[in-house]
Design a protein around this ligand. Structure first.
Ligand code: ADP
Ligand code: MG
Length: 567
């Protein structure tokens, strides 16, 4: 397995771009007494500066507080958070990235931690909480080392060595992937979300969706998640969610006289109004003779009829129009048995073009049979209390749609977030072809192996690598804690299992103690764990290396204003 090969647009794993440091480094006033002369002002007035250990411990405190805030959501037994924004809108979620996005955090070092969550979300779709929690723990451990007079640069070097070694070791724990394994991966990602009860159902849909859009090239599988359109509709239950090999439009047919369903649809994709052209300027036409009026109206009628005739002549029995359709034109279409939708979204037009093989025409005069797309069925169906149009059975169905249902807005929203994570991890696992056992099992194995690796390094770096090794144990420890288990006993049990070579044993969050995660079928993509460790380590290093914070006036709160955060 070549883990650094090219990946699809939205699932790019590496290279990892370290988050840019959001520290405001504007000119500040610093007094330098030079040979007892006047102080020299090199920076702008009215700004503050913290340096040395003060800056460091403030930054660490802020970063740790962020980690602490999301810690309780980790794992299948993690809790949800309810976030209320200044407008009173409520989000209920268990998703680390969402929580951190919604919290309006201002502290610069805390923001760097949030960047980890964003990176993790973008590249891996999962593992956000883990990444943030590991980063917090790394910083906590390094504080202890600094206390023992280990210099931050030595800590950074040790962390770098440990992180590289961890990535190397992860490869040795990787397992191959098949369709069944993909379902397990989806299930693991959905465990602990409020959607847990229907995870089998959602996992099946997500695996089907990913496999139907997956493509192969000489470098292996590639999944473009843009080919999976996820839509939500409030009402019904989660189990009413459906996967369609085509496109779902949140529209209804324009005229009740039109057929509700068209088989063997020949679809015209039109990007011009099927209306009488309006004049560019406001014009008045004076009509003096009643004959003139009827002639005028006749001409309009005729024009509209000719437009509809052109559609019929092309052989189309379905029209998806991006613009408006005149009432009279609707009537003619209905009479001709044509199914039509108006004001379709541009993105839907493009998706339809891709799925049906049709070409979007800008002028009806150009419409010919060759431009038409096709699908085995176009149908309007009642979903909840509104009508939606399903374009199904598309020949180039490298594009699928999923319609998610749920009782209330909050439910569908969380279902959508959970489902997007699920298709994301399934895509990642399918592309990379490598998964790991979860529940803290591989993390515990890494922790153990890093400890023996540290012995071979020696010196002060050894202390840093050992700290890194202990920091990783925060994952099983937190899984245990959140499940109401004794964290110390759990870690002892876990270490014992791993010393006996049971490298797939992790935390049994349901019954206590440890269990073989391969038997429990808890699997996650290797990329999720790899990226979480890497970005946590890189960000911890970045924060540790800062010994001077210079903020211009009005740049937000300074580290010394930081008073912790309660969640
Ligand atoms: P994240 O945002 O990091 O994905 P989650 O709340 O999804 O946070 O928790 C992920 C952690 O839960 C991973 O370490 C994963 O291995 C673990 N996990 C998932 N399912 C189980 C399970 N059935 N038993 C034990 N641990 C599990
Ligand atoms: Mg998760």
């Amino acid at each position: 397995r070549n883990s650094s090969r090219r990946r699809s647009q939205r699932t790019i794993g590496r290279p990892y771009d370290p988050p840019s440091v959001a520290l405001p480094v504007e000119p500040t006033r610093v007094n330098h007494m030079q040979n007892g002369q006047q102080p020299i002002f090199i920076l702008k007035e009215g700004t503050t500066r913290t340096s040395g250990k003060g800056a460091q411990s403030n930054n660490i405190a802020a970063a740790k507080a962020v980690a602490e805030a999301v810690r309780s959501t980790l794992g299948p037994k993690g809790m949800d958070k309810m976030l209320v924004d200044s407008m009173g809108d409520v989000v209920i979620t268990n998703d680390g990235a969402t929580i951190l996005k919604e919290m309006e955090i201002e502290h610069p070092a805390a923001k760097m931690i949030i960047e980890i969550a964003k990176t993790q979300e973008q590249h891996c779709f999962d593992g956000t909480t883990s990444a943030v929690v590991i980063a917090g723990e790394l910083l906590k451990r390094s504080e202890d080392l600094v206390e023992q007079n280990v210099h931050p640069t030595v800590i950074c070097e040790g962390f770098r060595l440990a992180s590289d070694k961890a990535v190397e070791l992860i490869d040795t724990h990787g397992k191959g992937v098949n369709e069944k394994m993909l379902t397990e991966v989806a299930k693991t990602a959905l465990t602990g979300k409020s959607t847990g009860a229907v995870k089998e159902f959602l996992s099946d849909i997500s695996v089907k969706a990913v496999l139907s859009v997956a493509q192969e090239d000489d470098q292996g599988a590639i999944v473009d998640l843009d080919d999976i359109k996820v839509q939500k509709k409030q009402g019904g239950s989660i189990r009413d969610s459906t996967l369609v090999d085509g496109i779902i439009l949140d529209k209804e047919r324009v005229h009740s006289g039109m057929p509700k369903s068209v088989s063997d649809a020949r679809i015209a994709l039109v990007n011009s109004a099927i209306e009488v052209k309006k004049t560019e300027v406001d014009a008045k036409i004076q009509i003096t003779d009643p004959n003139m009026l009827s002639q005028f109206l006749d001409e309009e009628e005729q024009f509209l009829r000719s437009l509809v005739d052109k559609i019929s002549e092309s052989g189309a029995n379905t029209v998806i129009c991006q613009k408006g359709i005149d009432d009279l034109a609707q009537h003619y279409m209905a009479k001709a048995g044509i199914f039509a939708i108006r004001r379709a979204k541009k993105s839907d037009m493009e998706a339809l073009s891709k799925a049906t093989g049709g070409r979007i025409v800008n002028n009806l005069d150009d419409l010919s049979g060759e431009d038409l797309g096709s699908s085995s069925k176009v149908e309007e169906r009642k979903i909840g209390d509104s009508d939606m149009v399903f374009v199904e059975g598309c020949p180039q169905a490298k594009s699928v749609s999923v319609l998610l249902r749920g009782g209330t807005e909050h439910v569908v929203d969380e279902v959508k977030r959970a489902f997007e994570d699920a298709i994301g991890v399934v895509a990642v696992a399918h592309e990379d072809g490598s998964v790991l056992t979860g529940g803290g099992s591989v993390i515990a194995a890494l922790s153990r192996d890093l400890r023996s690796y540290a012995e071979g390094i020696g010196g002060r770096e050894q202390m840093a690598i050992e700290a890194f090794s202990s920091a990783l144990e925060v994952i099983p420890r937190t899984l245990a804690e959140n499940a109401g288990l004794d964290p110390v006993n759990t870690i002892i049990d876990l270490r014992k299992a791993h010393s006996e070579g049971k490298s797939t044993h992790g935390v049994n969050v349901y019954k206590g103690g440890v269990v073989d995660m391969a038997k429990a079928k808890v699997y996650e993509p290797s990329r999720v764990v790899e990226q979480a460790i890497q970005s946590a380590s890189e960000t911890a290093v970045m924060i540790l290396r800062i010994d001077d914070v210079i903020s211009s006036k009005g740049a937000g709160p300074m580290p010394e204003d930081f008073e912790g955060m309660d969640m």
